[in-house]
Design a protein around this ligand. Sequence first.
Ligand code: KG4
Length: 337
Amino acid sequence: MKVLGIESSCDETAAAVVQDQNPYVLSNIVNSQIDIHKIYGGVVPEYAAREHMRCIEEVVGKAICNTDFDVVAATTGPGLIGGLIVGTIVAKTIAIACNKPFFAINHLEAHILTPRFCSDDIEFPYVAILASGGNFLFVDVQGVGMYNILGQTLDDAAGEAFDKVAKMLGEPYPGGKSIERLAQNGDDKRFEFAIPMRKKACCDVSFSGLKTAVRTQILSLGDSITMQDKCDIAASFQSIVVEMIIQQFVKAMRMVQHTVKQIVVVGGVASNSLLRSKLEELAIESGIKFYAPPIKYCTDNAAMIAWCAIEHVKNCFIPSKISEPVRPNWPLSDLYK
Ligand code: KG4
């Protein structure tokens, strides 16, 4: 079985063909819009939709030029409505024209199933940390369609917090990469920001207090802020974010009803090397396996959309109706209700 997947929920127009056996990914094309949005410090929805519209034909054309496909899948939510409409209409049109089944895919579900095509060693159940630009979740992944949400963010997504702090420091979007780059030359002990949620019993995360603390620090340094100050702020912020995620994830793992044998991290923030290495340390200490996908499959891509459809077909899920709407708000908790 070969699936054409299309992803256009945010600022990447992507198409891929993935099959149900190794090697899984037959093509994987991504047109990033970073150059368009970086001067604004974040994604401008109107420009994003126009750019998806401009390049989708070329992106899909490249993905299918050397391969056929049996199924068509697209991200139908959550995400920015303009992009979702562009990708979904193209996918539905191809499905109708080629007489193939269509699968409407939830972007968050696709992220948490990603490790399963990147490695042959990822068996259910596992516990996933989904840390992307728009979402943050701890999920007990028991099987396809069986997701128990253990914790989530009370305010911003992790990537959003990185993006906002980078903007405060005058650094370009996407902020995660900028913060990580600055932090390499910074002292993470210079600014002692408090670790959020430390005293709370729940395993949710929160970034708003930390963001305010960073803003206050930047304002107190004023116009005389140096490059070294920026690097130190970036390093201190990054280390507190990672410490909070680990601290809350340990609480989340205690809520899981079965023995946790494997943990994974997915989504754009899973590209962060400090987060990856601290999770690896945690896994070694706890005697469990840890997996993080290659960076090209952490950030938005269409291979994960196609793979999610493969998981649905293998589990006998019926194809979506061609009238299936796009859903800008489509929480994982609403998926199989
Ligand atoms: O998963 P993704 O491509 O988009 C969504 O589905 O939301 O994630 C993009 C987010 C951005 O907020 C970006 O700043 C963050 O991932 N990101 C990082 C890193 N690389 C990308 N955050 C921290 N460290 C990184 N190295």
